[in-house]
Design a protein around this ligand. Structure first.
Ligand code: DNO
Length: 354
């Protein structure tokens, strides 16, 4: 197992020097911030970020994410050009020593929360999700808030141009069936997996977050069966899952430890996002500190399932709460993620010595 921390090269409040001082952390999960989805990441651009990371004494073996252009998701004729670009980026990253790529195939949107700063009893703030509140959010309201420069809905990892095209895209998908959408995924996977094999890069698709339907968009990966379906679309071992415990765990029906064990055993989990959540109803939850006792997920059981089944990939602590007055991107401050890393290291050592 190698522990990494997500780091945004475009003005992160958390520095590489700080990350270097978190015990057990050997690298970052990062990306090239200025390049719109669909464009090639050149050798020079990759080198510029890698040099910064390496100079701080850290590795850049994990990329989170190379975003998939919406035309590929929609299955439009222009998809082939964007897939070619994707493949060129993969080859360039492989030459720079990248071993793992986290990406998603969620239509239009990446992860979604209805509140970024829910006050918790202990004085910290956490991101939360209310299904009713999410249903009440109209696209217009979200766009207005972004136009006004409010950061109420600014989500790290989303590129600005995705917002602008959002309304049109949501409309487009109203006529796309789940099966058609999976055909588009298969087309993409069949094109990139031979290259992933050749370059030695593991791909981990990120689950839908939250795992509930929003805006009537096709859902992709949100439970054991849909993970199986996704991985069966292309049987290359490089076609894997980013096991995001908080995303999958948001659906109470998901047994996250069982999912971790089943897919780790097959060598299909190259990357794990570990975090805990606390349910407030069947659909609603808020994020919590990483400890099992702070949320509803049994983090020990998840780590043990991974380890017992031969997991040998990358792990990162996922979203942290806002604590100790830290100002940062929502979910991606230093303090609570560093506490999460320390806790995960402790679980790992304990399980490994049993
Ligand atoms: C959220 C992240 C996701 C993830 C993407 C991968 O905090 O885990 O934004 O990076 O879905 O493409």
């Amino acid at each position: 197992m190698k522990m990494v921390i997500r780091w945004f090269p475009d003005g992160d409040t958390v520095t590489l020097e700080q990350i270097r001082q978190i015990p057990g952390v050997t690298g970052v999960a990062t990306f090239l911030a200025d390049i719109p989805a669909g464009e090639v990441w050149t050798d020079d651009q990759i080198k510029a970020v890698k040099d910064r990371v390496n100079e701080a004494g850290l590795e850049m073996e994990v990329i989170e994410s190379i975003n998939v252009h919406e035309d590929i998701k929609k299955g439009l004729p222009s998809k082939d050009m964007y897939i070619e670009n994707y493949i060129t980026t993969m080859r360039n990253l492989a030459r720079a020593g990248v071993k793992c790529v986290c990406y998603n195939f969620m239509p239009v949107m990446d992860w979604f929360r209805s509140d970024l700063y829910l006050p918790l009893e202990d004085g910290s703030f956490a991101m939360s999700y209310s299904h009713d509140a999410a249903k009440k959010l109209t696209l217009d309201k979200m766009l207005d808030s972004m136009m006004e420069g409010s950061n109420d809905f600014s989500l790290p990892g989303w590129e600005p141009e995705r917002f602008a095209a959002m309304a049109k895209d949501i409309e487009f998908y109203q006529n796309v069936s789940q099966d058609e959408y999976f055909n588009n995924i298969k087309y993409f996977l069949d094109a990139i997996m031979p290259v992933a094999e050749e370059c030695g890069i593991d791909f981990g698709v990120h689950p839908d977050d939250p795992p509930f339907p929003l805006f009537n968009l096709p859902k992709v990966v949100n439970c054991r069966d849909s993970i199986r379906r996704y991985l069966d679309l292309n049987r290359s071992k490089r076609n894997g899952l980013t096991l995001c415990t908080g995303s999958l765990g948001a659906n109470k029906d998901n047994d996250v430890a069982a999912i971790a064990g089943e897919f780790a055993k097959e060598g299909r989990i190259p990357f794990v996002h570990l975090r805990n959540i606390k349910h407030t109803s069947d659909t609603d939850f808020h994020e919590s500190a990483h400890l099992s006792s702070c949320g509803d997920l049994d983090m020990y059981a998840i780590v043990k399932a991974l380890m017992d089944n031969g997991f040998d990939g990358y792990i990162r602590p996922d979203h942290g709460r806002k604590i100790w007055g830290e100002v940062s991107r929502p979910g991606y401050g230093l303090y609570d993620r560093a506490l999460g890393a320390a806790y995960i290291n402790g679980l790992w050592e304990a399980v490994s010595k049993q």
